[in-house]
Design a protein around this ligand. Structure first.
Ligand code: UD1
Length: 374
């Protein structure tokens, strides 16, 4: 066995990019510091997200190295997309022969590549393991359960993840609570984001607007649910203008169903990481069905209303700024109203969300390899 650790990492969809960026940077720093074993890092983009604004912009802004491979699978049904990723990824693993395949998050690219690696006898690392919404109607929940069950090393962002994994029968030695790589990225880019001109560009003032994002199939692919949410948003926009960067899926549904939207809701194209971070940092309130935004608002101290009945990130509710509202207009309005009139920022932050998660991951991986070599 040589004194080189070869890791093949997967990035597929937008929320993967901010997780891969700090891991990639921590590996570069490890190598630049002459630490052993040297890490040979090969990056694969599956092409699940491919629009300039959903993908390339993030690679540029977050200085993620150009992937050695792009599978260019694009959009399709879950089965076809997963299958296409698997078909294209298998020969790459056979050619590269990595020690590990590293997957992040819970998207289709995550499970597809984990499954290919495991069946070829390559060890799987899952970053952001153990999260559970306990809602099997979410495609991501299926991806999480399956990926965790075939992973060899599981890095968790919060202790609920450790508990969920132990309950599922995963051995304690495989689980490492390291903190949150998405927050590494946020802390790295916060100062730069402060300089973003996005508020001036949109003619808005700090704390004088709300930010909304919606893209979950359960919210936007069901006309009644989507209309109900928009009813609540229309009402909120009577007192606070809303900026709504629109995901392609959501844009399609808005046009298809001609859902009525107030003039005070401004739909904008998906934003890059830096502009979006600035927009959220200065918002009075954020309403979202995203997982990552629940975490980012917690660290930024901005109140978040999650438009879902559950969250796989409970620490954002107990130690952060997140409130679960569900999708009924009355419930959304009640919580939004509470936040806008009497909310106090909590003085707690989730443990280990300190910007050093990727460093811990690289340290643990290199110590495992060193132990094997010794
Ligand atoms: C995927 C992830 C979800 C994540 C989200 C972030 C899965 C199961 N879902 O959902 O967990 O929160 O990414 O955005 O992996 N489209 C474009 N351009 C693109 C990408 C998508 O126009 O670059 C459109 C296509 O019409 C496509 C639709 O968006 O059919 C949905 O894309 P897809 O990758 O299937 O899932 P997301 O809803 O983005």
């Amino acid at each position: 066995m040589t004194d080189v650790l070869k890791i093949l990492s997967i990035a597929g969809a937008r929320p993967n990019f901010m997780k891969i960026a700090p891991i990639s940077a921590a590996i570069e720093a490890h190598n630049a510091g002459g630490k052993h074993p040297a890490i040979d890092h090969v990056l694969v983009h599956t092409g699940q997200h491919y629009d300039e604004k959903m993908s390339k912009l993030f690679f540029d802004e977050l200085a993620i190295p150009k992937p050695q491979y792009n599978l260019e699978v694009g959009s399709a049904s879950h089965a076809v997309q997963t299958a296409e990723i698997m078909k294209s990824f298998e020969p790459i693993v056979q050619k590269e022969k990595p020690d590990y395949v590293l997957v992040v998050g819970d998207v289709n690219s995550t499970i597809a590549c984990a499954l290919v690696a495991k069946k070829l006898g390559v060890k799987v690392i899952h970053v952001e393991a153990g999260l559970r919404s306990f809602d099997m109607e979410m495609p991501e929940e299926i991806n999480r359960i399956l990926t965790d069950s075939i992973s060899d090393i599981l890095f968790t962002t919060e202790t609920s993840g450790d508990e969920n994994l132990l309950r599922a029968g995963i051995a304690k030695e495989q689980i490492h609570f390291v903190g949150n790589v998405m927050i590494d990225t946020l802390l790295t880019h916060r100062t730069r984001a402060a300089q973003s001109p996005i508020l001036t560009d949109l003619h808005i003032e700090p704390k004088q607007y709300a930010v909304v994002t919606l893209h979950r199939p359960s919210n936007v692919d069901d006309e009644a649910t989507f209309s109900g949410i928009m009813t609540a948003l229309n009402e909120i926009s009577r007192t606070l203008p809303i900026i709504f960067p629109v995901h392609p899926r959501t844009k399609k549904r808005l046009a298809e169903w001609q859902i009525s939207c107030s003039q005070a809701i401004r739909f904008v194209e998906p934003l890059g990481y830096i502009d979006f971070l600035k927009l959220v940092s200065e918002a009075r309130i954020v309403l979202t069905d995203s997982g990552g935004i629940q975490e980012e608002t917690t660290v930024l101290g901005v109140p978040c209303v999650t438009l879902r009945n559950n969250t796989e990130r409970p620490v954002t509710v107990t130690d952060g700024t997140n409130h679960l509202a569900g999708v009924e207009p009355e419930a959304i309005l009640k919580i939004a109203n509470h936040i806008l009139t009497s909310w106090q920022r909590p003085d707690t932050l989730p443990e280990l969300w300190d910007g050093k998660a990727a460093e811990r991951i690289v340290e643990i991986l290199s110590s495992k390899k060193s132990a094997v070599i010794a």
